[in-house]
Write a protein that binds this ligand. Structure first.
Ligand SMILES: Cc1cc2nc3c(=O)[nH]c(=O)nc-3n(C[C@H](O)[C@H](O)[C@H](O)COP(=O)(O)O)c2cc1C
Length: 214
């Protein structure tokens, strides 16, 4: 039987929370969240990540505006018709409004990853800057989302900064050996946490070989 604080209940009811109150978050709460986040698995325990807790109003406003412009640029061509009231269409419309609210969100958590080439890329092909290693950063990101939830905070994973990452890194003084993997706006939620809807795992799982089921 699942209860409201049960990990399984939380995982099934952890839709991105994009409607956030401007109320401040105590620094010790953020520390607690990050202390839990870094317990996530990471390659060879190298912990190839750093965090920037962005609270500066001017930088948050710049980020929100840049995010909004990037969303308009990338999503306008695929925006669903106004008459479309499906869950997916409503999700996209909510996501489109997010950037405009980011200046008022108490914290934008910038998760940086150390640049590293995947083993599959041979030395001779390693040209330019390596990508920030996502494999060691995403488990930490998921822990941040779960820890926020445990503290009654709303959070969501965003990556739209990729459109303006160079400028973001320049403004926040991120050194060249790191890139920004994700930006997580965090605040106390305005609404309720929604139940996720996914294709059931039974439709995504094979037995022993691809395409074979029991
Ligand atoms: C790699 C990755 C990048 C994402 N980037 C964004 C983003 O930039 N902005 C956003 O609002 N949501 C972002 N999301 C959240 C997804 O859009 C969301 O989880 C998905 O649409 C499913 O919706 P649901 O979780 O509400 O069910 C991202 C999720 C992942 C895993």
């Amino acid at each position: 039987m699942e209860t409201k604080n049960d990990l399984f209940f939380i995982m099934k009811n952890m839709r991105p929370m994009r409607r956030l109150k401007p109320d401040p978050i105590k620094p010790e709460v953020i520390t607690e969240i990050l202390d839990a986040a870094i317990c996530a698995p990471n390659a060879l325990n190298t912990q190839p990540y750093k965090f920037i807790v962005l609270e500066d109003s001017e930088e948050k406003a710049w980020f929100g505006k840049s995010y909004d412009e990037a969303m308009i640029l990338r999503f306008t061509p695929i925006l669903p018709d106004e008459s479309d009231n499906s869950k997916n269409a409503r999700n996209i419309r909510t996501a489109m409004k997010f950037g405009k609210t980011m200046k008022d969100v108490p914290i934008l958590l910038i998760v940086c990853g150390k640049r590293d080439w995947p083993f599959s890329v041979e030395k001779k092909d390693r040209v330019g800057l390596a990508p920030p290693s996502p494999g060691s950063v995403y488990p930490c990101v998921q822990n941040i989302l779960l820890a926020c939830r445990a503290k009654g905070l709303g959070a969501s994973l965003t990556t739209m900064h990729q459109v303006f990452e160079d400028e973001l890194c320049r403004r926040l003084k991120v050194p060249e050996e790191y890139g920004v993997v994700a930006v997580i706006p965090i605040g106390y939620p305005k609404g309720n946490f929604g139940t996720v809807s996914r294709v059931p795992s039974s439709e995504l799982t094979f037995s022993n070989r691809w395409g074979e089921t029991k």
